[in-house]
Design a protein around this ligand. Structure first.
Ligand code: NAG
Ligand code: NAG
Ligand code: NAG
Ligand code: NAG
Ligand code: NAG
Ligand code: NAG
Ligand code: NAG
Ligand code: NAG
Ligand code: NAG
Ligand code: NAG
Length: 873
């Protein structure tokens, strides 16, 4: 009761100095509107940095909200009495202001403070004495409503935007990002979430740049130069706008707002974008920022207009800025509180001593708020449609996670996309358009997509690409030096593939070829050494370099662009002729069927003729001999017996026809068996070579030498060759029993030697390839095929690999292959699908045999019926 009277006196007194500030920067806010008789005063503390713009803006929102609320709810039985305190941009001042409010003013709720760092202590105290602390601007995820239930956050936390940032980064395929953030708990609060989310999309965070609040311009520049020297070009900036403004001014000075750079700012800056000074915005041109989405409704416009007026009224000397999402949320926060207080039907302040007093300090005066639990529950269950959208608290935090992604162009941000947790990035809130982003204008005033990384050092540098100088196999890489112009021209299959791949990259890369070991025409005699050069001075190797495990420890390979594996070629020799070759033209099945048919026809003929033809009559043994003799004599058309029956004449006529066809087919087949010489490989297995200590060849400089040693060949068994001509020579002169090489090289060999075979007249034939192929069966000479070489961890390798995949899946690759290697499959003997010689099969004559059999049988039945009828007659 005493309290109530006291409040009335206070009310009376302060209604005259409504909205005034005392000399300490604090003040009292009262609803300007009609105060009903029986109202309960609820004391509310407000802690803000009242001396700076941010605090003044929030104050304008709160005071306007207070007036608006009670103007539209005059019948409410409660009135908020707001005691504002200046936290003087300082953690201790904020804490002390809050303590003062809790202890001396007996505030039942605290609104604020503005900054996360100031909030930490206040939240813990509030939690202890059950005073809800509502912040509309403390976004650090280090402050968790889950852990401190009396903390209510009426805004998003910083970590709710990390998924939006990662979705943005992912949609452009950037694989590395550098985090730049301020060295405070607010700055680092978001970092674990960012790192996690980038890890989940496979993007690396090679470096984190931590900027101290007390950094001076020189240190800032130094840090930026360090970032510039690194190859990552995508930066995520998370810091308070005033530090960000300084940072971006320096970024412009050192030339990091140029083409190729990507700056992504978190919503700390994004939300304030409209109210930054024009110098800061000018420095951020081309950057991209996250921003909490506020629907541009009519109420919002009304709010903006009236808020500006209120701000001007409270701060006559400064020009009103545009209200940000925080102003709208501060406004909604006060409405929530006013509604909750009414709904909770709280009594006046009622505090109970803390059970264990902190006697020796100021904290000893604190006591636990009796209304706390009821108030908190009412606040958390309040739902309404506010200025900044639907106001719903979930787990003590505003349930709002629609972000817009804005591109800083001109004086402000231009929205390029929306993001929601359910839908990801999309262009228009309601549209189903598949295009997810509007065109972004990147730093350097360009719309061409930054690739997200750059070779370190100066930007003008071209990639230095090593190419091996070769003596042979110039189809892969051929380096021609023109000493009149001092120009080196590099051509070949590998070069064509590389250039096609470079064109498929989404960005342009400039490069130049550097011959290895030098331009003097020396030969690259050790490919492994060449590949190792990449880790030190060069940016890539393009050539017939094979992907093998031992090399991949030092360099990154792209995916292979050729067939993989090592095979061998061996000479072939003619197969020996066989004494039974005359049997080969017909298959054994065909032989048997022919024989069977002969006997069948002989038997039928005898049966028909035996009754009427004396030449076929005689004892059974003689008749059997007659059957055989007659059938086979037809083969040579040498039968002398005259046939009497017309039916048997028909059979014999047909039979002669069949024999004619069979003999001519046999003759033709036998001719081809006799003229074409079948070839077979001299060696079919590596173990054979090893067992007989044979000498084998390999390509000069190739890792195949090491592979062969690994298989068990001794050093003296290995001979190196550097061209296809030497391969042929070596095989012709039997210097080596086999030559081992990568399958692409061997394919080239085979395709070229198809034509050579006939001319050389030697026993090296296109079929070699087939033989070598057979010899490889079951052997594990698996290697990765040819790939391009990049330094370890190079982001280019990934992009090139992807481009190689799309190249190999297109028919461009076939065109390049055909250009350099010809058509391997068109080689008369070389293809795998060589049909070879085969004998005649039963199927080829099945029809003929069937007709013969049927006609013969029919004739026989005619004969039988004729005989039976004539007997009866
Ligand atoms: C004010 O409160 C008193 C008792 O506290 C009650 O009798 C009276 O009806 C109330 N007046 C109004 C207008 O609510
Ligand atoms: C931050 O917000 C997200 C949702 O927006 C929520 O899931 C998460 O728990 C919040 N984190 C903290 C620490 O409040
Ligand atoms: C703006 O809002 C105020 C208070 O809610 C209201 O009185 C006024 O009519 C609104 N004006 C317009 C143009 O909507
Ligand atoms: C604080 O003071 C009260 C009396 O003033 C006393 O009963 C209590 O034991 C003290 N607590 C501590 C922790 O000293
Ligand atoms: C306050 O309580 C009333 C009824 O008690 C309810 O209708 C209203 O929705 C509540 N207001 C809010 C904002 O929760
Ligand atoms: C919170 O927001 C999400 C989407 O923004 C919505 O699906 C969900 O229902 C909301 N939760 C509540 C309690 O309103
Ligand atoms: C989006 O859809 C909602 C309802 O689904 C509608 O109220 C709103 O006006 C639409 N907005 C736009 C920009 O079309
Ligand atoms: C290069 O120049 C030298 C003279 O400087 C000349 O003798 C030689 O033939 C030239 N070689 C070629 C390939 O042009
Ligand atoms: C080619 O290079 C040599 C030595 O590097 C130089 O002496 C010569 O003048 C150059 N020729 C041309 C045409 O540039
Ligand atoms: C190339 O050099 C490496 C070591 O530098 C060696 O192990 C390898 O055997 C060499 N290869 C050839 C083919 O000489």
């Amino acid at each position: 009761m005493l309290n109530y009277h006291f409040s009335l006196v206070l009310l009376f007194f302060f209604s005259f100095i409504c909205c005034s500030f005392d000399k300490h920067g604090g003040g009292l806010l009262l609803p300007a509107f009609g105060m009903a008789q029986n109202t309960t005063i609820v004391h509310v503390g407000l802690v803000l940095d009242l001396e700076i713009l941010a605090g003044k803006r929030s104050h304008a929102s709160i005071s306007m909200a207070l007036d608006d609320f009670y103007a539209s709810h005059p019948s409410y039985k409660t009135r908020l009495l707001i005691h504002s305190r200046d936290s003087k941009q300082d953690i201790i001042h904020a804490a002390s202001a809050a303590l003062d409010l809790m202890k001396n003013t007996q505030a039942q709720v605290i609104i604020g403070p503005y900054r996360s760092s100031q909030a930490e202590f206040i939240i813990n105290i509030g939690n202890k004495i059950q005073v809800p602390v509502i912040s509309f601007s403390a976004t650090s995820p280090a402050l968790a409503p889950e852990r401190t239930p009396y903390f209510v956050r009426t805004t998003n936390n910083d970590s709710s935007q990390v998924a939006a940032i990662s979705a943005f980064v992912k949609s452009f395929g950037w694989r590395e990002v550098v985090l730049v953030y301020e060295d405070t708990s607010f700055g680092s609060g978001i970092i674990p979430y960012l790192v996690d989310v980038f890890q989940s999309i496979g993007a690396k965070v090679p470096y984190r740049s931590i900027i101290s609040l007390s950094v001076n311009d020189d240190q800032l520049k130094e840090e930026l130069y360090k970032l510039m020297a690194m190859q990552t070009r995508v930066f995520i900036v998370h810091m308070e706008p005033h530090l960000a403004s300084r940072l971006f001014t320096k970024v412009n000075e050192v030339g990091m707002m140029e083409e190729g750079y990507v700056w992504i700012m978190t919503d700390v800056i994004g939300n304030m974008l409209d109210s930054l000074n024009s110098r800061s915005v000018e420095a951020m041109q081309g950057a991209v920022a996250m921003r909490s989405y506020m629907p541009r409704s009519e109420e919002m416009e009304n709010f903006t207009r009236r808020w500006k007026a209120r701000f001007r009224q409270e701060n006559p000397i400064s020009e009103p800025p545009e209200p940000t999402v925080f102003e709208a949320r501060a406004y909604d926060t006060l409405w929530t509180l006013a509604m909750a207080v009414e709904n909770a039907t709280v009594s006046s302040s009622s505090f109970r001593k803390l059970p264990q007093g902190y006697n020796s300090t100021d904290l000893g005066g604190l006591s636990v708020s009796q209304n706390g639990p009821k108030l908190l529950e009412a606040i958390l269950s309040t739902r309404f449609r506010g200025i900044a959208g639907d106001f719903v608290l979930v787990n003590g935090q505003l349930n709002s996670s629609v972000y817009e992604i804005v591109n800083v162009i001109g004086k402000a941000g231009r929205r390029i996309a929306f993001w929601t947790p359910e839908l990801g990035i999309f262009k228009q809130l309601n549209s189903t358009s598949s295009v997810s982003l509007k065109t972004v204008i990147w730093p350097g005033d360009t719309t061409s997509l930054p690739k997200g990384w750059e070779m370190p050092r100066d930007k003008e540098r071209k990639l230095k690409i090593l190419v091996p100088v070769k003596n042979g196999f110039k189809e892969f890489v051929n380096i021609a030096f023109d000493n009149t112009t001092n120009r080196t021209t590099v051509t070949g299959y590998c070069i064509d593939v590389f250039e096609a791949v470079m064109q498929l990259l989404p960005y342009a890369v400039s490069y130049e070829y550097v011959p290895y070991p030098n331009a003097k025409g020396q030969i690259a005699d050790n490919y492994t050494n060449m590949v190792l050069q990449v880790s030190s001075q060069f940016d890539a190797v393009v050539g017939d370099t094979t992907i093998i495990a031992s090399r991949s420890k030092y360099v990154d390979f792209t995916l292979p662009y050729t067939e993989s594996g090592v095979s061998m070629i061996v000479p072939v020799k003619a197969e020996k002729r066989n004494m039974w070759i005359f049997l080969t033209p017909l298959s054994s099945e065909l032989w048997l069927w022919t024989l069977g048919l002969f006997l069948f026809i002989g038997l039928i003929l005898c049966l028909i003729e035996t009754r009427i033809n004396p030449e076929f009559q005689g004892p059974p043994l003689q008749q059997l001999g007659m059957i055989f003799y007659f059938s086979f004599s037809i083969l040579t058309f040498a039968h002398r017996e005259r046939l009497v029956s017309n039916l048997s004449r028909i059979i014999v006529l047909l039979w002669v026809f069949v024999v004619l066809i069979l003999t001519s087919a046999y003759t033709a087949s036998l001719t081809s068996f006799l003229t074409v010489q079948p070839l077979e490989p001299t060696v079919t297995d590596v173990s054979e070579l090893l067992k007989n200590n044979k000498i084998v060849g390999y390509q000069d400089g190739s890792y195949v030498a090491d592979l062969l040693k690994g298989l068990g060949f001794k050093a003296y068994q290995l001979k190196n060759y550097s061209s296809l001509e030497q391969y042929i020579d070596a095989l012709n002169k039997s210097e080596v029993a086999a030559i081992f090489d990568d399958i692409p090289s061997l394919k080239l060999f085979v395709s070229q030697n198809c034509a050579n075979v006939a001319m050389a007249g030697k026993n090296i034939i296109g079929k070699i390839y087939k033989a070598a192929h057979i010899a490889m069966v079951g052997k594990t000479f698996k290697t990765g095929g040819f790939g391009f070489v990049f330094p370890l961890g190079s982001p280019l390798a990934r992009d090139v690999s992807r481009a190689i995949l799309s190249l190999t899946q297109s028919n461009k690759m076939t065109t390049i292959e055909r250009k350099w290697f010809g058509d391997v499959t068109s080689c008369p003997h070389g293809g795998d699908d060589d049909p070879g010689l085969s004998n005649l099969k039963l199927q080829s004559f099945g029809g003929l045999f069937l007709i013969t059999g049927v006609v013969t049988a029919l004739t026989f039945f005619l004969h039988i019926s004729h005989v039976l009828f004539s007997k009866q007659g």
